[in-house]
Design a protein. Structure first.
Length: 417
């Protein structure tokens, strides 16, 4: 458990401490979440939040940037080292904002983009009609095939028809590997930029457990808080100096004001951890655990989209497997202190607020020390719970098992020696 907070403002302190307790007592399976170390929290909770510094190191609109310049340069250097990139912008406030900044760098308003549809596993910011990306740009989509897998011939056909200026790959709910090389070949054939949004898989990429987007992508974006296990936020990477200049202009003054230096320090602290050998070992366990977790469900006849996982997450068709919507499953598992999210299936007929499936991820619980043994046990508990949604006695027993697991595997405050 993280340190309890003490504030004069007791109301706020209470809510923060309750959330701390909730995190400790719940099994976290949301694929986009993780537990940062106390080193990262300590870097985040500093005087850096006081400082204004619009601009970039050595070229700011404000005085007194001596030390924040060093912090930002350190974060940039570590980001480049981690991803083998020449240039990094570490200022983006979040992944969605970073995506808007990439769009602005490479496209004019109204130009065409091609991304994976939301129900196939894409992200809102990849062209969905109610996001900036679908409002200010002409967005087109490709989908997965009926087996839930990307069909590169089909994507090529759509790209040839649409002729987008930018193709987006990298997803929020896709459990197979991404062939960045094939995407680049398609992009080159139609004269498009290739933008890889590796928000979910960046930790695996760093550990060489997933193909690398470089040298294929023109631009790479990743959030820093998912498998990367750092502060909330994002970074944008490229090897092309001209594109880098454009990205810098669209981050500031294009979309953002002053950089959040406390957040940048949090990123730097997380990158330091990600550069240690322990991080690779952690990512190996994330992948091992995800596969064991998924296989355990599949052995029971549960329907997993695309039939396997090659990363930290997978999607279950709960309607077919249990006769339950994703929303119903989310509520049932919440009663057991198991946190998951409902997730649209490819070509889902339910609305995004209901859905026919759920998404499960292994990154967070692996941080707490779960091995394949605990993940297999957990698959059994979840399977029993969803098969018997009305059994109060069973739910009592499972809730006790969950309490034992969260007790035996507390949130760690340190990941490196
Ligand atoms: C999580 C995610 C984002 C958005 O990140 P936020 O920080 O929540 O804005 C963008 N793209 C992909 C693929 C994601 O999974």
């Amino acid at each position: 458990m993280y340190k309890k907070i003490n504030l004069k403002d007791q109301e706020l302190a209470q809510y923060i401490n309750e959330e701390n307790k909730r995190q400790e007592e719940h099994i976290e399976l949301i694929a986009s979440e993780n537990y940062v170390s106390e080193e990262v929290i300590n870097a985040l909770g500093t005087c850096l939040t006081n400082k204004y510094g619009e601009g970039y190191p050595g070229n700011r609109y404000y005085g007194g940037c001596l030390w924040v310049d060093e912090i930002e340069k350190l974060a940039q250097k570590r980001a480049c080292e981690l991803f083998g990139a020449k240039f990094a912008n570490v200022q983006p406030y979040s992944g969605s904002v970073a995506n808007a900044e990439v769009f602005m760098s490479l496209l004019k308003p109204g130009e065409k983009v091609l991304g994976l549809s939301l129900d196939s596993g894409g992200h809102l910011s990849h062209g969905y009609k109610i996001s900036f990306s679908g409002i200010f740009y002409e967005s087109h989509t490709y989908t997965v095939n009926k087996d839930g897998i990307l069909d590169y011939d089909e994507i090529r056909k759509i790209a040839l028809q649409v002729k987008p200026k930018m193709i987006i790959c990298g997803f929020s709910a896709y459990s197979q590997l991404i062939d960045f090389k094939k995407f680049r070949e398609i992009a080159d054939e139609v004269g498009a930029y290739l933008f890889a949004d590796i928000s979910h898989i960046s930790g695996l990429v760093i550990a060489n457990l997933h193909p690398h987007p470089f040298p294929h992508a023109h631009v790479v974006m990743t959030t820093t808080h998912k498998t990367l296990r750092g502060t909330r936020g994002a970074i944008i990477l490229t090897n092309d100096e001209e594109i880098y200049k454009k990205i810098n202009r669209s981050v500031f003054p294009g979309y953002q004001g002053g950089p959040l230096f406390h957040q940048i320090a949090g990123k730097a602290a997380a990158f330091y951890e990600a550069l240690q050998p322990e991080f690779k070992e952690y990512q190996k366990r994330v992948l091992e655990n995800s596969k064991a977790f998924c296989n355990e469900f599949m052995e029971k006849g549960v329907k997993v989209i695309s039939g396997l996982t090659q990363n930290h997450l997978f999607i279950i068709n709960t309607k077919e497997s249990y006769g339950l919507t994703g929303k119903e499953c989310e509520l049932l598992l919440a009663k057991l202190n198991i946190t998951i999210n409902k997730n649209a299936l490819p070509f889902d007929t339910e609305s995004p607020t209901v859905t026919s499936g759920i998404r499960l991820g292994s990154a967070a619980m692996t941080s707490r020390g779960f091995t394949t043994v605990e993940f297999k046990l957990l698959a059994n508990l979840i399977h029993q719970a969803l098969k018997n949604p009305n059994s109060e006695d069973l739910y009592k027993i499972i809730k006790k098992e969950v309490a034992k697991l969260t007790h035996d595997f507390p949130i760690k405050r340190q990941y490196i020696k």
